[in-house]
Design a protein around this ligand. Structure first.
Ligand code: Z5A
Length: 230
């Protein structure tokens, strides 16, 4: 038996961690074994690399080196956490994955797509997520939420980027969703928490549990995808 692999993507403060945890809880209540994990990180080696990247000490080495560090973390994470869990029949929910590399390193770092795709082949191979939620919020909203949550703490390597750069990345996530509509579902992250989580739950029920979501929620999901533009 093989589990299912779900990822959450989107900008800073868009609600990925909140909704990954809510979905994990709902699935647990159904008796499903869940591994809730994150990137960069999610395994011993990858958590060490996370610390190096987010501290910003690797930034002077250049965007290509940062991309290779993300890939090294992902390789450890896939080999030691994700693949064994899926093989055991567990469901894996991951806060950020390959789409973050495509957007942050590809757009912000202007790293060659050939390098990004090559590293994806080596680290992920056939272990692609079956379902990806992009939580879409305007960059200013997400950054304000992240700032409130951070309090007096220091912004990390990526949070310190300009609002304009965060907005460019938001558009890049939306462009990815257009290219892969079978895998990626865009959810309007500006909606109240319970509305966002109902939209996510409806998509999981329909796509992975083979259940027919109730009509009201389904209508809302479609509306959310259509209204996720800037
Ligand atoms: N990165 C990369 O460059 N390349 C890669 O390949 C990978 C990652 C994998 C990891 O940062 C950084 O690494 C990331 C990209 C880069 N940096 N950025 N930017 P991280 O793991 O430290 O943080 P993050 O991934 O950006 O997530 P976050 O800031 O923790 O935000 P979030 O998980 O999306 O949001 P949240 O924590 O669930 O919610 C934020 C706050 O908003 C919180 O107080 C919530 O209670 C609140 N919230 C959530 N939902 C709502 C709604 N619906 N309404 C109102 N308030 C809400």
């Amino acid at each position: 038996m093989r589990g299912h692999f779900i990822t959450f993507e989107g900008g800073e403060g868009s609600g990925k961690s909140t909704h990954a945890a809510t979905l994990a809880q709902r699935l647990k209540e159904r008796g499903i074994d869940i591994v809730l994990t994150r990137e960069p990180g999610g395994s011993t080696g990858a958590e060490i690399i996370r610390h190096i990247i987010l501290s910003g000490i690797a930034k002077p080495l250049g965007a290509e080196t940062e991309t290779i560090l993300f890939a090294a973390a992902r390789d450890d994470h896939v080999r030691t956490t994700i693949r064994p869990a899926l093989t055991d029949g567990k469901w894996v929910i991951c806060d950020r994955f390959i789409d973050s590399t495509r957007v942050y390193q590809g757009i912000l770092g202007q790293v060659d797509g050939k390098l990004i795709r090559g590293l994806e082949r080596v680290t992920v191979g056939a272990q692609m997520p079956e379902l990806t939620f992009i939580l879409d919020v305007p960059a200013a909203v997400g950054l304000a939420r992240a700032k409130t949550r951070r309090g007096t703490g220091v912004a990390d390597r990526f949070e310190s980027e300009s609002v304009e750069n965060h907005e460019r990345m938001r558009q890049a996530f939306l462009a990815l969703a257009k290219m892969e509509p079978k895998r990626i579902v865009v959810v309007d992250g500006r909606a109240p928490r319970d509305v966002v989580s109902e939209r996510i739950w409806a998509a999981v029920r329909e796509r992975l549990l083979g259940e027919k979501p109730d009509e009201q929620v389904n209508e809302n999901t479609v509306h959310a995808v259509e209204s996720a533009a800037p």
